[in-house]
Design a protein around this ligand. Sequence first.
Ligand SMILES: Cc1cc2nc3c(=O)[nH]c(=O)nc-3n(C[C@H](O)[C@H](O)[C@H](O)COP(=O)(O)O)c2cc1C
Length: 202
Amino acid sequence: MNGPFSRGVGRDPAAGLRLAGSRPPSLAPFPLPQVYQLLEPGPVVLLTTAEAGRPNVMTMSWHMAVEFEPPLVACIVSSGNHSHRALCETGECVIAIPDQAQAPQVAGIGNCSGRDRDKFADFGLTTVPAACVAAPLVAECFANLECKVRDTRLASHYDLFILEVVKAWIDPLQKEPRTLHHHGFGRFVVDGETITLPSAMP
Ligand SMILES: Cc1cc2nc3c(=O)[nH]c(=O)nc-3n(C[C@H](O)[C@H](O)[C@H](O)COP(=O)(O)O)c2cc1C
């Protein structure tokens, strides 16, 4: 039987995989520990906490939206990080979204711990008091999301926290922010051109 779905079956298995221009498929094994670099959702964000009144900030790229309303965000905050302890103790944080102008700070903040240093001072970032949580906003970032921890059921297995965004801020003066997307080991892609296509999805 012939049809669009049977094309190539029983003949050359690679025929169904041929690309336009009859180029044979190009496939090379990819190292499993680096798969995350292909799936990185981004944007890279800063996560601030305040344990016992002491603010701290870390870089985070492993996060995803979980619900529209109330807005829920899943994120991985490793138990090796000082921020993990602060998040567990306080149940609060701020997700601050930087633009490419903050890229050097983003990389630096993600490569050292605030356990024994003030990363805000060291990397020249300005804290602003938040409305609903003790963790500070970051003035340089174009968006700041005040969050409360809502679910820690997967925290002990995967360091995964479900956060609810309880207050959101944007900086109206930053008109076209370009977010950062991490491709591993200091390589970042900066947001590019915006295209708009017909879609009913919010
Ligand atoms: C680009 C980048 C992305 C990162 N993403 C995460 C992440 O998603 N989760 C995480 O636990 N650590 C992540 N890190 C590592 C933390 O930012 C890093 O361990 C930091 O030193 C923790 O700081 P703290 O000890 O002050 O909490 C990332 C680092 C970089 C540079």
